[in-house]
Design a protein around this ligand. Structure first.
Ligand SMILES: Nc1nc2c(c(=O)[nH]1)N[C@H]1C(S)=C(S)[C@@H](COP(=O)(O)O)O[C@H]1N2
Ligand SMILES: [Mo]
Length: 323
């Protein structure tokens, strides 16, 4: 699939893609690769008026990064209209509809806890920490669907080094944005917010662990965790926390939303493991989004196929116990 490359355009110079949505754009969009996306936006604008929230903008100066999965990239329209972001509702298409009015600018991420340099970073600060890379990762939800996404960002370790954790920092705790005025569907989701996640320090420092600011050549759509999120490709999707506002370096394993909610189903580690089923879903196979309703499920790989890179992090650990 052709990935949009707009290195000639700078971050702020460009008219936001969704700020205009007229018939001509719609027809043109249908001819382009992003036809499904434009069609969806056109339909939504017709249905409920133009979006009032932040919209994706092209990201300039993105270079091809390491970790390019060979699998065919999932069409953007499938990735952006089928996912989980419970703050915006629990249906798979709820985030794409309900996050349209989400305003993510200005944004602030606070770096706290066991670090020498506590700080508050704007999105602009975050974009400057390291060169932006496009990486193609497999992404596997515990609900047994998966996709292949060209994310944009850089290794989270760049931010860790900037913050200079003290020797006491053994884990990183992540927190999502939560404001019921922006996320009116949140109270009905049945889980507490803000959404919390965590990684062990060596997992956070692994080069695959991505601090993500974009996908498909642009900044993140709201439903995919704008303006900044984590992507940890060898773990189930729920570890990849969206719309980050707090990163806290801590001594002890931090509480995480899903493992607190249902410890029997979701562990702290949640490494993709086809040999350990969760109560509700077999993890042996997965359905690739965009492959068609009648496509055969494909076998799920240990660590989502990233075992060569990450298995050593868990040497000597019983992965049935530490699921
Ligand atoms: N804040 C927040 N982050 C979240 C979720 C959520 O509900 N809230 N859902 C998770 C789950 S279960 C998955 S599978 C992915 C799905 O979204 P994506 O396709 O954009 O990664 O986001 C994860 N991050
Ligand atoms: Mo998920």
């Amino acid at each position: 699939m052709l990935i949009k490359r707009r290195e000639d355009l700078s971050y702020s110079e460009v008219t936001p893609k969704g700020a205009y949505s007229n018939r001509r754009n719609f027809l043109f969009g249908l001819l382009a690769t992003g036809g499904a996306v434009s069609g969806w936006k056109y339909f939504e604008n017709w249905r409920s008026g133009p979006a009032k929230g932040s919209v994706p903008r092209p990201l300039a100066g993105v270079r091809k990064g390491p970790f390019q999965a060979k699998d065919p990239v999932t069409p953007e329209g499938d990735v952006t209209t089928y996912n989980n972001f419970y703050e915006f509702g629990t249906g798979k298409s709820d985030p794409s509809r309900n996050a349209r009015n989400f305003v993510t600018s200005p944004w602030e991420v606070s770096i706290e806890g066991e670090v020498k340099k506590r700080m508050k970073l704007s999105l602009e600060d975050i974009l400057k920490i390291a060169p932006l890379e496009e990486r193609i990762y497999r992404h596997r939800c515990v609900e047994a669907w998966s996709m292949v996404v060209p994310w944009i960002g850089y290794s989270f370790r760049n931010l860790v080094k900037l913050a200079e954790p003290t020797p006491k920092a053994r884990y990183v705790a992540f927190q999502s944005y939560y404001d019921v005025r922006q996320m009116p569907e949140g109270p009905e989701a049945g889980i507490p917010f803000p959404y919390l996640e965590g990684l062990r320090m060596d997992e956070a420092m692994h080069p695959l662990t991505l601090l993500c600011v974009g996908m498909y050549g642009e900044t993140l759509p709201n439903q995919d965790g704008a303006p900044v999120r984590m992507v940890i490709p060898w773990k189930y999707g729920f570890k990849s926390i969206k719309s980050l506002v707090k990163i806290r370096f801590v001594r002890n394993q931090p509480p995480t939303t899903w493992s607190t909610e249902n410890p029997a189903w979701y562990g702290f580690y949640s490494n993709v493991n086809p040999n350990v089923d969760t109560v509700r879903w077999s993890q042996a196979t997965e359905h690739r989004l965009g492959s068609g309703l009648f496509a055969r499920p494909i076998p799920t790989q240990m660590f989502n196929g990233y075992g060569d890179q990450v298995a050593s992090l868990y040497a000597g650990m019983d992965l049935r116990k530490y699921y």
